[in-house]
Write a protein that binds this ligand. Structure first.
Ligand SMILES: NC(=O)c1ccc[n+]([C@@H]2O[C@H](COP(=O)([O-])OP(=O)(O)OC[C@H]3O[C@@H](n4cnc5c(N)ncnc54)[C@H](OP(=O)(O)O)[C@@H]3O)[C@@H](O)[C@H]2O)c1
Length: 262
């Protein structure tokens, strides 16, 4: 299955709030859920999937191996645990959550490839990888299909998008609405007024029109619905350019990627 262009993010969703929010997202129509070992909510995501009645084959589940568990055996053991926690026979996309310069990337990716051969995962991806990290993977003759990175109007990632497009790596935008902060930008608000849409819908539309997957998180039912309803309008090329030209800020998610340079 191709990665659905819109997914439901679950970072910081815990306990019943996570079950209720993910279930609402599935009922609204989201078919792609983004979680991670470090979010500590696999069990709640599994509960939401079960309650939704949506068939496994209609879902796209992404999860991530933390940087402390990237050794060959740790990856294999972790994946087995995720399958039990998520109560699914396979994971659609397994990501390396953050680079770890202390563990050779080829060992990690060999383990991911083994999981693919065993049909425990469908696809291999990474997260928080810079062009430098992606070049390293390429030079070692490994292939990843996805890089999940922070991307929103004040951190537009145009350069890495160009690299990923050229190298056939799909980008996923995390923190797509800038954790709420970018919703207040004048340019966004003006476009929202013009289109009769909300600021969040304008941002998500901009991301998707760039061919990038977006995984907004919300625990507010109204926001979950609003974020899903972004397929029935278009921004013009000029509006996309206007959004691409919003002044850029620092990353908002810690730690800084410079910590991972090697
Ligand atoms: N790979 C990584 O290292 C990494 C890092 C960060 C995030 N992620 C993934 O990306 C997902 C999304 O990122 P994120 O959670 O950091 O940030 P985000 O989705 O940009 O922002 C979430 C915040 O925006 C608010 N919000 C969402 N939709 C809204 C709307 N329509 N109107 C008004 N406010 C809205 C939410 O509040 P309400 O709940 O009140 O709606 C929440 O406070 C995460 O959940 C996670 O799955 C991955």
């Amino acid at each position: 299955m191709d990665i659905p262009i819109l997914g439901f993010g679950t970072w910081q969703l815990k306990g019943q709030d996570c079950v209720d929010s993910a279930l609402h997202a599935l009922r609204v129509g989201y078919r792609h859920i983004d979680t991670a070992d470090s979010y500590g909510n696999h069990l709640e995501v599994a509960q939401a999937i079960k309650s939704s009645g949506v068939k496994r084959e209609d879902l796209f589940i992404t999860t991530k191996v933390p940087r402390s568990l990237l050794g060959y055996d740790d990856v294999l053991l972790s994946c087995d645990r995720y399958l039990v926690e998520l109560d699914i026979p396979y994971i659609d996309l397994l990501l390396i959550h953050w680079p770890n310069k202390d563990i050779p990337i080829e060992k990690t990716l060999e383990a991911f490839e083994r999981l693919k051969q065993q049909e425990k995962i469908k696809e291999v991806g990474v997260s928080n990888f810079t062009i430098h990290h992606l070049e390293d993977i390429k030079s070692k003759s490994f292939k990843v299909v996805n890089n999940q990175i922070e991307l929103h109007p004040t951190f537009n990632q145009l350069a890495i998008q160009q690299y990923c497009d050229q190298n056939n790596i799909k980008l996923t935008a995390y923190s797509p609405v800038g954790r709420g902060v970018d919703l207040e930008l004048d340019t966004i608000r003006e476009l929202a007024m013009k289109h009769g849409r909300t600021p969040s819908q304008i941002i998500l539309r901009w991301i998707m029109q760039r061919g990038i997957i977006a995984i907004p998180k919300s625990s507010n039912p109204k926001h979950i619905e609003e974020n899903f309803n972004t397929a029935d309008f278009e921004l013009t090329d000029e509006e996309v350019k206007l959004l691409n030209n919003i002044p850029q800020e620092e990353r908002i998610v810690n730690p800084p990627t410079s910590e991972f340079h090697y």
